[in-house]
Design a protein. Structure first.
Length: 261
């Protein structure tokens, strides 16, 4: 199963990283960090469509992105068209890195989410240190204790947490946390198949005061219309924006389409 391989790889990476900077040292630096986070929640709190534009170099299902823009050119377009930025920091399967995140942090004032497979508090302390405003917590790879602990830890460090779910049980776990940000991943992380009906089926469970983010498999205005009918007002998009010749034009079109429906 792909997800198991990713998590196993992440555990190995963490062992290596902790030999360079210990967890205690990382914790100390995170607590001492004076940067004030930009509210990810507030950025998505509006009546129109909110878009989280992603930066990633590759994915297990898609392969290498056909990106025709330089990183500064891409972020310049994101700065003018999306509401928040997601950056992959997973190295082995998505071609991400902390360095990419830090580079983007320097050239945007938008809130940023560290998108990774977080399985250890070390990564949350590290997220604070690199300037993350939000972290992704994937319910499928965390038990109840870890999910609650990591969600609380992010808050203590002044960051938001987007709790990602894919089925009814995971949704109930997220709701049990009173998580203000819940993401429905239309992609099954076990086999990487996509079905937007996941959002339709799970959206009805979400409390009214929760911001719901639909993730994965979004590329056309027809899908924007479908998601609006599901009650979604925020989306996280990677491949479609990464491979678009003009991500700003695509994002603007989606927002106009959403408002015109």
């Amino acid at each position: 199963m792909i997800l198991d391989k990713i998590v196993a790889s992440k555990k190995m990476r963490l062992t290596e990283q902790k030999q360079i900077i210990s967890e205690e040292k990382m914790k100390e630096m995170a607590i001492a960090c004076e940067r004030e986070s930009i509210s990810f929640y507030d950025a998505l709190s509006k009546n129109s469509l909110s878009i989280i534009g992603e930066f990633k170099n590759a994915s297990p299902s898609h392969g290498t992105m056909k990106d025709s823009l330089s990183l500064p050119e891409r972020i310049a377009q994101y700065n003018e068209s999306v509401d928040a930025i997601s950056c992959l920091t997973e190295e082995d399967f998505f071609g991400g890195s902390i360095a990419y995140f830090e580079t983007i942090r320097k050239i945007t004032r938008l809130p940023m989410i560290r998108k990774d497979f977080i399985i250890d508090p070390y990564q949350i302390f590290e997220a604070k240190m690199i300037g993350a405003d939000c972290i992704l917590l994937i319910a499928a790879i965390l038990n109840d204790r870890e999910l609650k602990w990591f969600h609380e830890l992010a808050g203590l460090l002044g960051m938001d947490a987007l709790v990602e779910v894919h089925d009814e049980l995971e949704m109930m776990r997220a709701i049990g946390l009173d998580a203000p940000l819940i993401g429905i991943n239309n992609r099954n992380l076990k086999d990487f198949t996509i079905d937007l009906n996941r959002t339709k089926e799970l959206a009805v469970m979400v409390p009214e005061d929760t911001i719901l983010v639909s993730e994965s498999g979004i590329s056309h205005t027809e899908e924007i219309q479908f998601l609006k009918e599901c009650g979604v007002s925020a989306i996280l998009v990677g491949t479609s924006l990464m491979e678009a010749e003009s991500p700003k034009q695509v994002a603007d079109l989606w927002k106009q389409s959403y408002e015109g429906m």
